[in-house]
Design a binder for this molecule. Structure first.
Ligand code: MG
Length: 365
């Protein structure tokens, strides 16, 4: 987006995990003066690649990037719990956040919404479904909204039986039919946990109860989500399945950027179908609704346990159907506490990893 619209955006700081070469490439392209990497030992390599740039690392590095001076917006796109402290700090400092990391809102929605409200910062959704809802809501009073309907592609296993999913390999699960995504979110999409996390995300972004957030399976991924209003009218957002759309809307808001290659070919689109999600074959979605009902730190526990379960599946330690089972076992018997501090959330995240780790061990014994 920044390279397409240099007159609109200037990238001033970048954070990366371990993909140091890619970081250096981007830092050079945008003339970035401050970068951060996950590990201290990678800092020397970064210095070699981009001499003269300021380098930070670890959790403190992320915080510094999020709060670096004269920034109008932070694009938060880390995966999982790792992005939480830096995203929260940016909101507390009154910096708008374009949020691509749904786990942070799942884990600490109370804290993030309170911080944004207090500082006046905005949370702009980058997740395609939430961007669609955000766009459909524009100009409408909250009181006129009956419910929102998130669309789910159903992932690569839509229509399959529970039994047939037992032997699924990571390669099969990673092959998403419509969206090109990272590994964690591709697995989440295959289990439908991604939709569960998105229901929790929507709850915070739009201030709705769980019963006002529905999910429909729409394998064509043309309708990116919908809002149903009090008079029964539904406004749906349609577009090509390309993340450049939601990213551009969040970064350019309230303007729309002239994106190329985004035209939807209605003549070739064919039929659009919608179906009820199969909660028996894909129990992860139901677990997410359970977590909202339980409240407090239960969504944080669900999210952390899911991270462990997905990693274990990708490492070949558990089967595909075990992912939801591990999350379910981790949640079982856990008593959530109030989300009143970052510490409470991080403690729930820590506990989730212990509980999920035990569940992974028990499933194999
Ligand atoms: Mg999404």
């Amino acid at each position: 987006m920044a390279s397409e619209f240099p007159e609109h955006f200037k990238v001033t700081a970048l954070a990366a995990g371990r993909r140091v070469e890619r970081l250096a490439e981007q830092a050079r392209e945008f003339g970035v003066s401050l970068v951060s990497v996950e590990r201290k030992e990678d800092a020397a390599r970064v210095r070699e690649l981009i001499p003269g740039v300021e380098i930070r690392w670890g959790k403190e590095g992320l915080l510094e990037i999020a709060l670096s001076q004269r920034v109008d917006m932070v694009v938060a796109a880390l995966v999982g719990a790792a992005g939480l402290p830096s995203t929260l700090s940016a909101l507390e400092a009154g910096i708008d956040v374009a949020l691509a990391n749904k786990e942070t809102l799942v884990m600490a929605g109370e804290l993030m919404c309170a911080a944004a409200k207090k500082s006046g910062a905005s949370i702009l959704p980058v997740d395609s479904e939430h961007s669609a809802v955000f766009q459909a809501l524009a100009g409408h009073d909250a009181a006129a909204v009956k419910r929102i309907i998130l669309t789910a592609s159903g992932g690569p296993f839509f229509g399959r039986s529970k039994e047939s999913l037992k032997e699924v390999t990571p390669e099969e699960a990673l092959a998403h039919p419509n969206w090109d995504m990272g590994r964690k979110i591709s697995i989440d999409s295959a289990t439908m946990m991604n939709k569960g996390l998105e229901v929790i995300e929507a709850r915070w972004l739009f201030g709705l109860d769980a019963h006002s957030i529905a999910v429909t399976v729409h394998p064509q991924s043309v309708v990116h989500s919908m809002v149903e209003f009090a008079d029964g009218s539904i406004i749906a957002h349609m577009g090509v399945a390309d993340m450049r759309g939601p990213i551009a809307y969040a970064l350019g808001y309230p303007d729309r950027l002239p994106l190329s290659g985004m035209a939807l070919d209605l003549g070739r689109m064919g039929a659009l179908t919608f179906a009820e999600p199969d909660l028996d074959t894909f129990p992860a979605l139901g677990l997410a609704y359970d977590a909202i009902k339980e409240g407090g730190t239960m969504p944080a526990l669900l999210s952390g346990a899911n991270e462990v379960a997905v990693e274990s599946f990708l490492a070949g330690k558990i089967g595909f159907a075990d992912i939801s089972e591990v999350v379910s076992r981790a949640m079982s018997g856990y008593i959530p506490v109030k989300v009143d501090s970052l510490e409470a959330v991080l403690e729930a995240d820590r506990v989730s990893r212990v509980r999920a780790g035990e569940a992974v061990k028990n499933i194999n014994s």
